[in-house]
Design a protein around this ligand. Structure first.
Ligand code: FAD
Length: 388
């Protein structure tokens, strides 16, 4: 079916490549063109924050080159090229090189971009990094070639904490700076966040929590100075900014598609507000949920593959907890979708269990540290689905 129809996928992350691969596995023979602003190499993004401990080079993280991906998928891959316009009326897209392409179906898999809530002065910008794709990892890796380096990480969410642990394991000197009082504020109630903070500190990771970064300056000796709101300052060789991600939905928004703060709005069949245009991955908000994790993304790939091959299929998400890759203290969290009436917290030291309950005493989320992460299967069974 559809052998002459043209499918264009914008993005070659896990969502874009994953969808093309799933379609071919279903025997779909339509023309597929993938377009990427980056190198188009196939890599697993979650591994970016585990590379230093395992001493992996960027090339070892690239599972396949863009050329091999194109061959495997019998698809055209256009790399280092931005899609700059989307014209829904005549079903065309415009590339940064001026070329225009027609689509029968279009999939927006443009992911999410690092968001920096403060401006970085130009003279220090070359010492500040974000690591949200393999190309950025390459630059960061090169900057850290001379170990041990002093690395200041700004942001204590999943990405900041995973890199703190990984860079520490790779022999670097890490300082973690964030405005919240404890790590992983959106995933963990504070006592469990403290447990992770204690494990970091015991390993020698320096914490500057409850502190906002005021200014970044370059010292005469070329080191970075990070000045905090309480007057403290830290010196580092480089800074990693892990201050959050925003769905890359501008292209869709400018074209008039329905977009919210959480991404491009799609229904359970991953359909945007425009016919023939779908969205999935970190850029897509399915009903009210944009989880930005692999498991929901994989479920979306599966549903969209069925839909595109003639079996319209709605996606649903289970109670899938997040596994945080911090070997200094394992963490698993399934944050409640709404503010809980109470957290029931048990345990001490590294071994903590926290259960979020609604006013009727029903479990609506949980968080686990240390050996308690074993309870994730049992607790997931009683938790409400992410998108039932
Ligand atoms: P992306 O990988 O961001 O891909 C977007 C693609 O779109 C890129 O190819 C980009 O070049 C392209 N693009 C964007 N705009 C344009 C344009 N205008 N024109 C052309 N191309 C464009 N999730 C888990 O479940 N478990 C984990 O352990 C985990 N660890 C993580 C660790 C880190 C460090 C990070 C950053 C994320 C982690 N995640 C994890 C989240 C998970 O990796 C993401 O949800 C997933 O990779 C998103 O894939 P994507 O394809 O939607 O987006």
């Amino acid at each position: 079916s559809n052998s002459h129809s043209a499918l264009i996928i914008i993005g070659t992350g896990m969502a874009g490549i994953g969808l093309a691969r799933a379609l071919r596995r279903q025997g779909d023979t339509r023309t597929i063109t993938l377009i990427s602003a980056d190198s188009g190499d196939d890599y697993s993004k979650p591994l970016l924050s585990t590379g230093f401990a395992k001493r992996l080079t960027p090339d070892q993280l690239a599972q396949r080159s863009a050329r091999d991906v194109a061959e495997e998928l019998n698809a055209e891959l256009i790399t280092h090229t931005q899609v700059v316009h989307l014209h829904v009326d005549n079903q065309r897209i415009v590339l940064s090189n001026g070329h225009q392409l027609h689509y029968d179906d279009l999939v927006l898999a443009t992911g999410a971009a690092p968001r920096t809530p403060f401006s970085v002065p130009e003279n220090v910008a070359k010492r500040c990094f974000t690591v949200n794709d393999l190309d950025e990892y390459r630059r960061f890796y090169d900057a850290l070639a001379a170990a041990p380096a002093r690395v200041a990480i700004v942001g204590a969410g999943l990405v900041g904490c995973e890199f703190a642990n990984d860079l520490y394991a790779g022999g670097h000197q890490v300082t973690l700076i964030a405005p919240e009082r404890a790590p992983l504020p959106r995933l963990l109630p504070e006592p469990l966040g403290q447990a992770l903070g204690n494990a970091f500190q015991a390993a020698g990771i320096q914490l500057a929590l409850g502190r906002t970064l005021q200014t970044l300056t370059l010292n005469p000796d070329n080191a970075l100075s990070l000045h905090l709101d309480n007057g403290d300052h830290y010196v580092a060789d480089i800074a990693l900014l892990a201050t959050g991600l925003t769905p890359r939905s501008e292209l869709a928004e400018t074209a008039g598609l329905a977009v919210s703060r959480s991404g491009i709005m799609v229904d359970r069949q991953l359909r945007t507000s425009q016919p023939h245009i779908f969205a999935l991955g970190d850029v897509a908000c399915v009903e009210d949920v944009n989880a930005m994790y692999v498991q929901p993304l994989q479920a979306c790939i599966k549903a969209l593959t069925s839909t595109l091959t003639g079996k319209p299929t709605s996606v649903s998400f289970g109670a899938w907890p997040v596994i945080v890759k911090t070997p200094l203290l394992p963490v698993v969290a399934y944050p409640p979708a709404t503010t809980p009436a109470r957290w029931q917290i048990e345990g001490e030291g590294n071994e903590m269990t926290a259960i979020a309950e609604n006013k009727d005493g029903r479990l609506i989320g949980f968080a686990l540290t240390g050996g308690c992460v074993r309870r994730k299967v049992e607790l997931s069974r009683t938790a409400p689905a992410l998108l039932g």
